[in-house]
Design a protein around this ligand. Structure first.
Ligand SMILES: [Zn+2]
Length: 232
């Protein structure tokens, strides 16, 4: 069976993609074959059980139109090493994505900041290594070599200037429904998580000229066709 996908999304915890880049996820998964890989079941989180969180992530994937697959990493213990990078490289070879989305590998921040969970930055570093290992013929990784075009990083620290901004103003009502799939996490930020996520997107939108937006970092400049320059 053909497993090739267009976009491969990585999360350390069941809600990372939805909370970190949900609007872009919805827009892409609606149109392109998308797979969401979740490393842990969020078992160390304050709210919800691993069983509930798996169900919520599957529900969110169905709503977005993406396939969801869990790996067996341990929450709070996602470690950046060659062995783990090979596990992710095998996933990249399995789905052969055109593009990959991952938490940013350079996340720094306060212990109070949601994006600065050490699993997020570790995952970013692992994905960067894994995308490289996936292309090496003799990398001792399951599957046929594959080179993804690009990795887009979400969850960007405040001091980092984004390279790509996506206008998500048109999908805000669906975005709220997507977030609501993660029922146990609605208790975050004293029950004001949805408001916080919207305010964050409003801030990005305000800086870049739309109402709501999400932003990304890439490791190298985007190469565009001149026709694309007339569209952006
Ligand atoms: Zn997370």
């Amino acid at each position: 069976m053909e497993q090739r996908c267009d976009a491969l999304f990585f999360s350390a915890h069941p809600d990372d993609v939805e909370f970190g880049m949900g609007g872009t996820y919805l827009k892409i998964a609606k149109e392109f074959k998308s797979v969401h890989i979740i490393l842990t079941r969020g078992e160390a989180g304050t709210h919800g059980t691993p069983e509930k969180r798996v169900k919520e992530a599957v529900k969110a994937g169905k709503f977005a139109g993406a396939e969801v697959e869990f790996m067996d990493f341990k929450d709070n213990h996602v470690e950046d090493n060659a062995k783990n990078a090979k596990k992710l490289a095998a996933v990249i070879r399995k789905y052969k994505p055109k593009v990959i989305f991952s938490p940013y590998h350079g996340i720094t921040g306060s212990h109070k900041d949601g994006i600065s969970h050490p699993d997020h930055a570790a995952l970013g570093k692992l994905v960067l290594k894994a995308a490289r290992f996936a292309k090496f013929k003799n990398a001792e990784v399951d599957g046929e070599p594959h080179l993804a075009h690009r990795i887009f990083y979400y969850m960007i620290p405040r001091h980092v200037i984004p390279d790509v901004v996506v206008d998500v103003s048109g999908v805000v009502s669906d975005l709220k429904r997507l977030w609501a799939c993660h029922g146990t996490q609605m208790a975050l930020r004293d029950g004001k998580i949805v408001n916080a996520l919207l305010e964050h997107r409003k801030m990005i939108g305000k800086i870049h000229g739309s109402v709501y937006a999400e932003h990304f970092v890439v490791d190298e400049p985007l190469m565009l066709d001149p026709k694309d320059l007339l569209r952006v």
